[in-house]
Design a protein around this ligand. Structure first.
Ligand code: SF4
Length: 210
């Protein structure tokens, strides 16, 4: 199978339980909840996306003929020896492309494989870290994992309902928008009212990392 990758770069994980960890971020092109075109945003299921996942023209991106070719690219970008290797696979929606061949090729090179998904497709088994970020108006089928990351506020989502899902960590993250100050306030209010939730911030944006 071939893979379409928007971008692939070295950074520090900015969000969630693994915040601060050195990681290769690999962003697959394409999502099943929005085309990525501004003209379609108003009619998309997911309308608050802050990510460019269209095409393969970003830093380190491209079309890769097979799993080995893409794993070689991830290893080249890691450029940091054999220890603590971490790749975070995101999108777009990564489960549109991630398969066992790529997982195994990354494992063979010593990478822990983390994925951040919208949860509308079942996650590939055998991943080392699974983060699901639910989107209002979509049907989440992946209701277990390491981290549930709720971008907040989202009308149409009831945090109390999500608390029954099988995640090790429940995180609330303020939505990045012009109304960010209100989103921070709402996220703090949620974490204060419902102790299962912990506040996470997009630290990479605060310190100027990609
Ligand atoms: S599901 Fe994620 S990648 Fe897709 S449009 Fe929404 S925020 Fe963007």
């Amino acid at each position: 199978m071939s893979y379409a990758v928007k971008e692939c770069f070295l950074t520090l994980q900015g969000e969630g339980v693994q915040a601060g960890a050195r990681a290769v971020f690999m962003r697959f092109a394409g999502c099943n909840l929005w085309s990525g075109r501004e003209a379609d945003r108003a009619t998309a299921i997911c309308r608050f996306c802050d990510t460019d996942f269209v095409g393969t023209d970003g830093e380190g991106g491209g079309k890769f003929a097979d799993a080995d070719a893409l794993a070689v690219q991830v290893e080249r970008i890691w450029d940091g020896g054999p220890d603590q290797r971490l790749v975070v696979i995101t999108g777009g929606e990564p489960m549109l492309q991630l398969d066992s061949a790529l997982r195994d090729a990354l494992h063979a090179r010593g990478f822990r494989v983390a994925m951040e998904s919208n949860g509308t497709l079942p996650a590939l088994p055998g991943l080392d870290w699974l983060c699901v970020s639910p989107k209002a108006g979509s049907e989440v089928v992946q209701r277990s994992g390491d981290e549930l990351k709720l971008v907040w506020p989202q009308p149409g989502i009831d945090p109390a309902e999500l608390e029954g899902w099988d995640f090790a960590n429940f995180l609330v993250q303020p939505m990045d928008s012009p109304a960010r100050a209100a989103a921070v306030e709402a996220s703090i209010a949620l974490a204060m009212a419902r102790p299962k939730w912990r506040l996470t911030l997009q630290a990479h944006k605060l310190v100027g990392l990609p």
